[in-house]
Ligand binder design. Structure first.
Ligand code: 13P
Length: 249
């Protein structure tokens, strides 16, 4: 049976003690959960949360990383540092990084390749703005982000990549794509991946949906054939709202 990948992106929220408290709570409440689960706290809380998650079924994720292994890069966090403290997954190309910090596909691609070279799983985020959607550019935007983000990633490394489709207009707005609309974009992502890596790889790729996922819409989204998980923002900040999403079935 299909297993879903449910991930929580805590964004710029929570002190170390608040993060530890939530991670402990989730560790208890989601022990034995049938889905693949990840949480991505802020950098400052990663080490403490890593210790809490030792021996648990919840993977530790980071929300970003620098494009270089080490060196004079003020303000960046390296893949080596993340690996050292037990990070297993990194979210790259989130729309907040693309739009607020002007990250390009070329920069995101350097990060993707670096993470994979160090055996860290990648969640590569793609998504269109409302203006792009209304201008009929949805497929060209998503196609460019996928091809740019995955340039030079070989099929073996690609096996460690999850795609997250997050329409920018649905993030933190309470607006969700309808399950049918989201599924159509997921199907398009799969066709781009088939072009890059072949049908079998495309079939096996996990494609998460993100954007105002909540307990009351998750089951309908996950029932679509091309939706294999969720990348959850706001509703991942409390056990009361994240646990029912992770346990949607
Ligand atoms: P919300 O669930 O708050 O809309 O955020 C989605 C998101 O950006 C997850 O990465």
């Amino acid at each position: 049976m299909r297993s879903y990948f449910i991930a929580g992106n805590w964004k710029m929220h929570k002190t170390v003690s608040e993060s530890v408290e939530l991670a402990q709570d989730l560790g208890t409440k989601l022990a034995g959960c049938r889905e693949k689960i990840m949480i991505a706290p802020a950098f400052t809380a990663l080490d403490a949360v890593s210790k809490v998650l030792q021996g648990s079924n919840i993977l530790l994720g980071a929300q970003n990383m620098g494009p270089e292994e080490q060196g004079a890069h003020t303000g960046e966090v390296s893949v080596l540092m993340l690996k050292d403290i037990g990070v297993r997954v990194v979210i790259l190309g989130h729309s907040e990084r693309r739009h607020s910090y002007l990250e390009s596909d070329a920069l995101i691609n350097r990060k993707v390749r670096l993470a994979l070279a160090h055996d860290i799983e990648v969640i590569l985020c793609v998504g269109e703005t409302l203006a792009e959607r209304e201008a009929g550019m949805l497929e060209s935007v998503i196609g460019t982000q996928l091809k740019g983000g995955l340039a030079g990633v070989n099929p073996e490394a690609f096996a460690k990549v999850t795609i997250a489709y997050e329409p920018v207009w649905a993030i933190g707005t309470g607006k969700t794509a309808t399950p049918e609309d989201a599924d159509a974009v997921h199907a398009y992502c799969r066709s781009v991946i088939a072009g890059l890596y072949g049908e079998a790889a495309a079939k096996g790729t996990i494609i998460q949906y993100g954007g105002s996922v909540k307990a009351d819409n998750v089951a309908a989204l996950m029932s679509e054939p091309n939706i294999d998980g969720a990348l959850v923002g706001g509703a991942s900040l409390k056990a009361d709202t994240f646990v029912p999403i992770a346990q949607f079935r």
